[in-house]
Design a protein. Structure first.
Lengths: 296, 325, 326
């Protein structure tokens, strides 16, 4: 019957992600954010093709402290005569590297921890949660500073510091979602119907956790980029000649009064990056969880 | 209720010792030998041993830690590796500065953020709501320390209205407080809005309207009292993260608070200073959490009655961990 | 009886969300006379609650379009200023909501919530009088006055519903709208609550609109019945008109009665109405019931269906009973 096929079409099974994408497409802000984030990713991947690395690090020009929009240097040059645009481009790579790797790692580890807490429960849950309680009493910036100080400068050390500081919050959040889902009526009814553990994990846990993970992960990336820059600004984290937005800011500090663009440019780039990654995260949340739309 | 609070307060010292142990282990991960760092370029083994003995660094690590705890209980946080002065003298007088900075900022944030967030929720999807929404997203994305630099350029250097650094007089607080406030305010307004929206759609709000209640009373009395619970969590959480964020603000404005000192300690690998400062910051966080819990019980009668029977973990929906969304 | 208290004339409500229109209520006409109990019967999504909220003036303004008029006691409610409307809500018209669990504010003692409505409409009353009035009302709904300092979470569902009712009747309203007041309650509690409401209605001599999908409660409580389907009133009349099986009925009404288990007849199976309630965004053309109607005619599928059968108080909107000469 035609009616039946109509119904079938109407209820055609669509994946969670496909549906979310369908919702996202219609939001101009989401599309803009996505495009800008993709541009950032593109710049980060092809940084070497866009500008040679040496231009950003070692190639010291004769023209020092040129203001922006001078011929050959759109964003001007710094106190060593290095092209600021080149440093920004390679800084994008550094920032994304730091942000994505550290956020990704802490998401993976904390999801594993949270799932252990939620499924095994008991003493394991107790121990993990108590340790996390202790750690989360230390302000995350202070902890990242301390770790960087203990481990020394360098990108891997910075990534580890950010990875570690991100764990407590995620573990708490993922655990509460996992426990919440486990207590939902529909999971109970699935258990009552004799569904296998594997089925419940796949059918109910994963989709619920996936949205939390994606949303928090995006937020964490922008937070880590920001915190990485903060650490760079105070001289911890990334080592000096490496192009990084925070260290660029710190270098500009001495020239702040007469060459304001040296502070202005990296700050604005950092703000734009944070703004659009955050905004992408918000749009993802709206798309993945339409019930929450327009709330937070 | 009282029992619960006392129980929590009794737990605080144990929590602090655990935190201290954690920080101690963390700082000892560093391969650098602190005694070596204090030595002049040329030294004899006797000098080395003497210095090690003076700072108690000749003992084993666990012994060092136990000694530190015993001293810390008497408010003696050891001697700074760098300045050789007692840490408590260097640190304790800074506590009120940082606390004042965070408290003033929090109060202004509540005073501005709550009414703004409530208005956004009441006028959801209006032009006002959209403007505030975009503005707060924007504010939340600005790096605090960079905003501080920009404000210094405009208001201290160009206009000369307020001092750019240091702490002398009322005027010197203006820039730090605003730099501190603005990035947090963005998130705060949006979260107050969402807390309010959650409540505004509830049936009891409709009941209140059906009574013939004035809209202003419906919003500010009946709805806001329910939204207070998440707002308290939010405010407490923001306060706690401000305590950490103060590091940057104090650095940018050369403000003599705990944050500046901890940064100094970290740069000098000065362990007693770092430990003392971290302990104080952690104590702030724990204190904020305790106040949140007590306020919860004051606001919500449901929690008041569960407090006497159950532990906090048994009310996961109301615990703070679910509140961040 | 005979004096009109509430009159709804050709009233429609359309919600718009994401550019889709939801036709929740379509050209409804209703009258309620003083002291009368009207039962508004229909499935979930038939537009009963929307109609009730329209009378209270509590529909959300965002994305809502209304058309038609509502008159109450000689005053037009539609288009009334919010300030004047507030004086009617709670005092002259009040409403009992469906879910007592969520209808009470969890952070205030129940006594305060009852006192609120008294204070709003009697601003000059002193606190002592308010308190004694609260005690009196709590006694009326069968809750001891000592419990007025308790919070909603300390009450059971049935007790909460009594408090919701207490709030609704606190100012002796002329019209009481009860939106499925017993749906969320146990059957035994349902009977108690209905009995209590019946008593209160007689004591206060107020009119009641009882929204329900339970024909048993209607038979117990109401003088008049209106059956709603797809946002329209398909049949209305006195209790006798609707419940008398020898009279003609709308096929939907017949379906409703067939879905009830009957003690007198020994049938193996119930006869449910086939199909599903149409979604308010995709109402069918013509008679809203025609896709599910066992006696559907060609002309049912398009055009307006006027009230084609009228017999005194009884009114059916269906082509089946169309008399050429009428």
């Amino acid at each position: 019957m035609s009616k039946q096929s109509d119904l079938k079409k109407q209820y055609k099974k669509r994946g969670q992600m496909a549906e979310a994408w369908g919702r996202m497409k219609t939001q101009p802000l989401a599309v803009i954010s996505l495009v800008i984030v993709l541009i950032m990713v593109f710049v980060a991947i092809f940084a070497d093709i866009l500008v040679p690395y040496s231009a950003a690090v070692t190639q010291h020009g004769m023209d020092k402290l040129l203001p922006p929009f001078t011929s050959g240097h759109i964003l001007g040059t710094d106190n060593f005569g290095r092209d600021i645009l080149a440093r920004i481009i390679h800084g994008t790579r550094t920032a994304l590297e730091i942000g994505v790797i550290s956020a990704g790692a802490s998401i993976i580890i904390s999801t594993i921890l949270a799932c252990l807490c939620a499924t095994v429960g008991g003493w394991l849950d107790n121990i993990i949660m108590r340790v996390i309680d202790v750690i989360s009493c230390i302000p995350s910036l202070v902890m990242a500073l301390a770790i960087c100080a203990a481990l020394g400068n360098g990108i891997p050390q910075l990534v580890f510091a950010l990875f570690f500081t991100g764990i407590p919050m995620h573990t708490k959040m993922v655990r509460s979602v996992a426990l919440g889902v486990a207590n939902m009526d529909y999971v109970e009814s699935a258990v009552a119907l004799g569904a296998k553990q594997k089925y419940i994990m796949y059918k109910h846990m994963v989709p619920n956790l996936a949205s939390v993970i994606i949303i928090n992960g995006t937020a964490q990336v922008s937070m880590n980029i920001m915190m990485g820059a903060t650490l760079g600004f105070v001289g911890l984290g990334v080592k000096a000649p490496t192009p990084e937005w925070g260290t660029m800011l710190a270098e500009g500090l001495n020239y702040m009064l007469r060459n304001q663009y040296m502070v202005m440019v990296p700050g604005i780039v950092l703000a734009i990056a944070a703004l659009f990654i955050n905004s992408l995260g918000d749009c993802l949340r709206d798309a993945l969880d339409p019930q929450l739309k327009g709330r937070a | 209720m009282l029992k619960y609070v006392i129980k929590r307060i009794i737990m605080v010292p144990f929590l602090l010792i655990a935190i201290a142990a954690f920080v101690f282990i963390l700082l000892n991960l560093s391969a650098a030998d602190p005694v070596l760092m204090m030595m002049p370029s040329e030294y004899t083994q006797e000098d080395y041993d003497a210095t090690a003995k003076e700072f108690g660094l000749d003992k084993s690590k666990p012994e060092q830690f136990v000694n530190w705890v015993v001293d810390a209980v008497q408010l003696d946080f050891g001697t700074s590796y760098k300045s050789k002065a007692p840490v408590s003298d260097e640190v304790l007088f800074r506590v009120p500065v940082s606390l004042k900075l965070a408290l003033i900022t929090t109060l202004i944030m509540i005073a501005i953020g709550v009414p703004m967030g409530v208005m956004c929720a009441v006028k959801q999807y209006s032009v006002y709501d959209n403007i505030v929404n975009v503005l707060s997203k924007f504010l939340a994305s600005i790096p605090g320390f960079w905003l501080g630099l920009m404000l210094i350029i405009v208001f201290s250097v160009d206009l000369g209205w307020v001092p750019s650094h240091g702490m002398n007089g009322f005027k010197s607080w203006i820039l730090p407080v605003f730099t501190f406030l603005l990035p947090y305010l963005g998130n705060y307004v949006r979260q107050v809005r969402s807390a309010m929206l959650d409540c505004i759609r509830q049936d009891y709000v409709r009941t209140s309207r059906a009574k013939g209640q004035k809209e202003s009373v419906v919003i500010f009395h009946d709805t806001l009292k329910n939204a207070l619970l998440p707002i308290i969590t939010l405010t407490g959480g923001t306060f706690a993260s401000m305590i950490g964020g103060a590091v940057m603000i104090e650095q940018v404005f050369a403000f003599p608070g705990i944050g500046l000192k901890v940064l100094e300690g970290i740069n000098n690998r000065d362990m007693p200073v770092i430990l003392a400062c971290t302990m104080i910051l952690a104590l702030f966080t724990i204190g904020a959490q305790l106040i949140i819990d007590i306020l919860y019980a004051v606001v919500d009668p449901r929690i008041r009655s569960t407090f006497s029977k159950k532990k906090k973990d048994n009310t996961p929906k109301l615990a703070t961990e679910g509140g961040i969304k | 009886m005979g004096e009109k208290l509430l009159e709804i004339k050709d009233y429609s409500v359309t919600f718009t969300s994401d550019k889709v229109d939801f036709y929740a209520v379509n050209h409804v006409n209703l009258t309620v006379e003083k002291g009368e109990a009207l039962g508004l019967v229909g499935e979930t999504g038939a537009g009963k609650t929307t109609t009730a909220l329209s009378i209270m003036g509590l529909l959300s303004k965002y994305g809502t379009k209304t058309d038609g008029e509502i008159w109450f006691d000689g005053k037009q409610l539609t288009g009334m200023k919010e300030k004047d409307y507030r004086k009617i809500r709670g005092k002259h018209i009040s409403m009992i909501f469906q879910d007592p669990m969520t209808s009470l504010n969890p952070v205030f003692p129940v006594g305060n919530q009852i006192a609120d409505v008294i204070k709003i409409h009697n601003p000059k009353m002193n606190q002592n009088d308010v308190n004694s009035k609260v005690d009196e009302i709590m006694k009326m709904v069968g809750i001891s006055a000592e419990r007025k300092f308790d919070y909603p979470h300390q009450f059971s569902g049935g007790m909460k519903q009594r408090i919701v009712i207490a709030i609704a009747i606190a100012c002796n309203p002329e019209l009481l709208i009860a939106d499925e007041p017993t749906t969320a309650l146990d059957v035994t509690i349902q009977a108690q609550v209905i009995k209590m409401m019946r008593q209160l209605q007689q004591e206060l001599n107020s009119s009641v609109i009882l929204i329900t999908h339970d024909l048993g409660i209607v038979a117990n409580f109401c003088d008049k019945v209106a059956i709603m389907y797809g946002g329209e009133i398909v049949e209305s009349g006195t209790l006798e008109d609707i419940f008398d099986k020898s009279l003609p009925h709308h096929p939907y009404t017949i379906g409703l009665f067939n879905s009830l288990p009957n003690i007198a007849e020994k049938t193996e199976r119930l006869k449910p109405i086939l199909g599903l309630t149409p979604h308010p965004s995709e109402l069918p053309q013509g008679c809203k019931f025609h896709p599910r109607c066992p006696e559907c005619l060609d002309k049912c599928k398009s055009g307006d269906i006027p009230s084609l059968y009228t017999d005194g108080t009884h009114c059916i909107q269906c082509h089946l009973y169309h008399k050429e000469d009428a």
